[in-house]
Design a binder for this molecule. Sequence first.
Ligand code: 5GP
Length: 192
Amino acid sequence: MTGLGTRSVHDDVEEILLSHEQLQARVAELGRQLSADFDGRDPVLVSVLKGSIVFLADLMRSIDVPLSVDLMEVSSYGAGTESSGQVRIIKDLSSSIEGRHVIVVEDIIDTGLTLNYLLRYLHDKSPASITVCCLLDKPARRLAEIEIAYRGFTIPDRFVVGYGLDFDERFRNLPYVGVLRPAVYAGGPPEG
Ligand code: 5GP
């Protein structure tokens, strides 16, 4: 590698866990299921920045019933990658969800603490229903019980990047889900 222009994000990937084709096929399937199940219910997709944006963008285009979209951004309290369950809302919903059928679109559920907090928060806003749709389920470290109605893939307890998911704000633009080479992590891979 010489100049900046010759470096590719793909060089840092050790293994591809889910290919672009696998992701596209599964997301289309989820879209078809959601279209059938939410026909006539005018759902609102509520997604959490930033990791879910790629999944949301593909999923919403696979759903062919009328819907709206809202975005939230949250951050966990405390340092490091350990989820504490204490969540700060950085960006709140733009519109009321009272009486609406909410579909929470999440990139990955690990301990479940973040989503657990978010679901309680959304419940307090009196929606007609709340349904969870997550792309990746990592059940090995689950601490909070979450009912996942729609799940893309169950994956092992490894730190994954790509298709919206980052390491240190990088690698969101990988079109697949993969695992990075150990050398990329300065002090060992993050937990989670
Ligand atoms: P939880 O509260 O379920 O432990 O944390 C969920 C959040 O942790 C996800 O929305 C994501 O931001 C982050 N996370 C958990 N596992 C991974 C992973 O394997 N890769 C990446 N990039 N983020 C993860």
